[in-house]
Design a protein around this ligand. Structure first.
Ligand code: TRP
Length: 453
């Protein structure tokens, strides 16, 4: 990882970069957040919107981050300083802030995953109802303790600066997730509720889209950014280690394809199980994946073993994403304040732990942090970064995107135009709608929660 000084490291192999970016992208966003968003936003209508946004907005925006990173060869904050005028340093500050907020609740959910490794090993959710078990561990002391453990793991890895650790973890994790997901999806396919679930998940209903577009649009945009690790400069840092003969568009395509495939698979597991159990996907909320997988494992031969393997794999996926989040903050502290890596990581990890502690009070707190981060902060971050590139650096961006490719011809211009016009418009609209969603959340479920205290 970058310290911004000395000889810069670079990825040992081309596949190393792709794997690290996949390691950042594939995480709780695919396995936990995606099914829960689909459930809240009405099923297939959300899926279609989300897929469209991944291709039309996420992918072009990812190339923007790649271009900035490889062009400057710097960490996020340094790159923005080099590309912008003095005032743009606040954008670097915003990215660091977003990293704090996201990791603080991400770690609480990561803690749930760790708790489920133990729970599976002991078979704890096998005698209780899967729903009750989730509620019993999702908030309170258990949640706080496992949040602390998750942060401790992340801090230990990043403190050591183990770059190879990321590459290695991804090489094991991605195939493991796919293999175990395939087994679980195969099981889910045999359930009674499968047909109903597939039609809910895979057959878009235009009416649902039309009636709910104002909440689907910002949710889908937020999910696209969240899952691709965009909007706060992670991909800037990773691309800064790339060499110039790499074709950015091809690398970006592989990352997007892998990442999307894993999300879709997660839905193929969750929905048949929820429908079979008679649980309304809309009400299962943040617990969707935990409750449905636990329920499946109760029925399946070797459920305990598969459970341990499954949640351990998810934990690796979560840790490899968390690393990319904290690294943005740590590299900033090292560059800006001349801190050493170990004390910087420890201090930041502790602050993030504190910021996440309130999330363990009640699951409504997850929404409080999550909607803010995904539907508002990441969108603002992406909008500002795109403006910086499109307003001040079009020539350089075009030049950079063409490296490693013979000649992109008009594709390069098309890309810049897409990023500069439709993407900006859609993000602007999303942001407005996202703010509205957030206000409604604060006045509704969150106000109810506060008055129940
Ligand atoms: N993409 C990761 C996931 O899906 C989470 C993540 C890592 C992230 N780095 C990010 C989200 C940067 C937003 C921005 O689990």
């Amino acid at each position: 990882m970058s310290t911004g000084e000395g000889v810069r490291e670079s990825w040992s192999t081309r596949i190393g970069f792709i794997l690290a970016a996949v390691g950042s992208a594939v995480g709780l966003g695919n396995i936990w957040r995606f099914p829960f968003q689909v459930g809240q936003e009405g099923g297939a209508a959300f899926l279609v919107m989300y897929l469209a946004f991944v291709v039309l907005i996420g992918f072009p925006a990812m190339l923007v981050e790649f271009v900035v990173g490889r062009r400057t060869g710097l960490n996020t904050v340094g790159a923005i300083k080099e590309f912008g005028t003095a005032r743009w340093r606040y954008l670097g500050g915003l990215f660091v802030f977003i990293g704090f907020v996201i990791l603080s609740y991400y770690s609480v959910v990561g803690g749930w995953v760790l708790r489920y490794i133990l729970g599976s090993g002991r078979g704890s959710y096998m005698d209780a109802s899967a729903g009750e078990y989730f509620v019993s561990i999702a908030s309170g002391t258990d949640a706080l303790v496992f949040h602390a453990i998750f942060m401790a793991i992340v801090v230990a890895i990043v403190g050591l600066g183990v770059q190879r650790g990321i590459e290695l973890s991804v090489k094991i994790m991605v195939p493991a997730i796919i293999a175990i997901f395939a087994i679980l999806a195969g099981y889910a396919f045999t359930l009674d509720g499968a047909a109903e679930a597939y039609s809910y998940y895979l057959q878009p209903n235009l009416d649902v889209l039309i009636n709910n577009w104002a909440s689907i649009v910002p949710a889908a945009a937020g999910q696209a950014f969240f899952t691709l690790s965009l909007g706060m400069g992670v991909m800037i840092t990773y691309a800064s280690y790339l060499s110039e003969d790499e074709n950015l568009a091809i690398d970006g395509t592989s990352i997007v394809v892998f990442n999307t495939g894993i999300s879709i698979l997660a839905g193929l597991i969750v929905f048949p199980i929820l429908f079979t159990a008679g649980v309304d996907p809309e009400t299962s909320g943040a617990g969707a994946i935990f409750i449905s997988v636990a329920q499946a494992l109760t029925d399946i031969p070797l459920g305990q073993v598969i459970g341990v393997l499954f949640f351990a794999t998810v934990a690796i996926a979560a840790v490899s994403s968390a690393i990319s989040l904290i690294e943005v903050v740590v590299s900033y502290a090292i560059d800006e304040f001349g801190m050493d890596r170990v004390p910087a990581t420890l201090a930041i990890g502790f602050l993030i732990f504190l910021l996440g502690a309130p999330v363990t009070v009640d699951t409504v707190m997850v929404d409080l942090y999550d909607i803010l981060a995904a539907q508002i902060l990441l969108v603002i971050g992406a909008l500002l970064l795109i403006s910086l590139v499109v307003i001040f650096h079009t020539e350089e961006a075009l030049d950079e995107i063409q490296k490693g490719v013979t000649d992109l011809g008009w594709w390069g211009y098309l890309w810049l135009w897409i990023v500069g016009v439709p993407v900006v418009i859609v993000l602007g609209v999303s942001l407005m709608l996202g703010l509205d969603t957030y206000v409604k959340f604060l006045q509704g479920p969150f106000a109810d929660f506060l008055s129940s205290l």
